[in-house]
Write a protein that binds this ligand. Structure first.
Ligand SMILES: NC(=O)c1ccc[n+]([C@@H]2O[C@H](COP(=O)([O-])OP(=O)(O)OC[C@H]3O[C@@H](n4cnc5c(N)ncnc54)[C@H](O)[C@@H]3O)[C@@H](O)[C@H]2O)c1
Length: 252
């Protein structure tokens, strides 16, 4: 029970890594606010957890919705000790001249601005306790570029730097801020990086993603959850500003 007595707010908790993190954190004793754009998905994750979970529908790119989600969490559980930013959007390989400004902005807002917003509204509660842990699910694409992933790579590179900027700013309050760079992961998001029909996507997943992982398999959401548990628990009490690649060696 590494998180006994803690309250965690997990964005993107309705699917993939956020779902696996919500379930593991709850199993390890945390009360969990499961925040997702998709209400049904958040509720589904809540059903798969034990007790002490709160599904919340919110868009993490909208300031007033983040503020509402944080206030709901604090009202329901009495505080917030841990934030995991897992909500994100992919982009299918697109030449830069074909990327619309709307796609660029949405990618930056969901993948990076959301980290600023959850920090803005949860840090005051963490400062009151002089402790806290923030974990940002970034991406190996934030340090190793791929052609046609321009906006996605930029958003994740920004997320990595924001993680470090927050870590140095919040260290005097003993609020730790870390990141994980997943490699290609076996979640509903993976196929959305690709174009084409089902058969093409299956072939490209193997050729593009699987072949890029030295350990030879896609990353499972549970692999990310295990690393998240370490970074958000007191086992990592002296770790901050760190970005851990959980990527099967893709980042080497
Ligand atoms: N899957 C991969 O290969 C991979 C690799 C590296 C990094 N990542 C990153 O890991 C994180 C988790 O990805 P995943 O693979 O679990 O994806 P996923 O698509 O399975 O889950 C993402 C969740 O985020 C939610 N979401 C999207 N936009 C939102 C918004 N505006 N507000 C609230 N919720 C929103 C979705 O509804 C969904 O439930 C993302 O940040 C992603 O960029 C994924």
């Amino acid at each position: 029970m590494l998180l006994k007595g803690k309250t965690a707010l997990v964005t993107g908790g309705g699917s993939g890594m956020g779902k696996a993190i919500s379930k593991l954190f709850n199993k390890e004793g945390a009360q969990v606010a499961i925040v997702d754009l998709n209400q049904e998905a958040a509720e589904w994750t809540a059903k798969e957890c034990g007790t002490a979970v709160l599904p919340i529908q919110a868009n993490v790119a909208a300031e007033e919705e983040v503020e509402r989600a944080v206030n709901q969490t604090v009202k329901h559980f009495g505080g917030v000790d841990i934030v995991v930013n897992s909500a994100g959007v992919p982009m299918a390989f697109t030449p830069v001249e074909e990327v619309s400004i709307e796609q660029w902005q949405r990618t930056m807002e969901v993948n990076c601005t959301s980290i600023f917003l959850t920090a803005k509204y949860t840090v005051p509660f963490m400062k009151q306790k002089n402790s806290g842990a923030i974990l940002n699910i970034c991406s190996i694409a934030g340090v190793r570029a791929r052609p046609g992933l321009n906006a996605y790579c930029a958003s994740k590179g920004a997320a990595i730097m924001l993680t470090k900027a927050l870590a140095i700013e919040l260290a005097p309050y003993r609020i730790r801020v870390n990141g994980i760079n997943p490699g290609p992961a076996d979640t509903p998001m993976l196929s959305k990086f690709l174009h084409g029909d089902e058969e093409q996507i299956q072939r490209d997943t193997k050729e593009i993603f699987l072949s890029s992982v030295p350990l030879g398999s896609l990353i499972q959401p549970e692999d990310i959850a295990e690393a998240a548990l370490y970074l958000c628990s007191d086992q990592a009490k002296i770790v901050t500003g760190e970005i851990v690649n959980v990527d099967g060696g893709r980042g080497i």
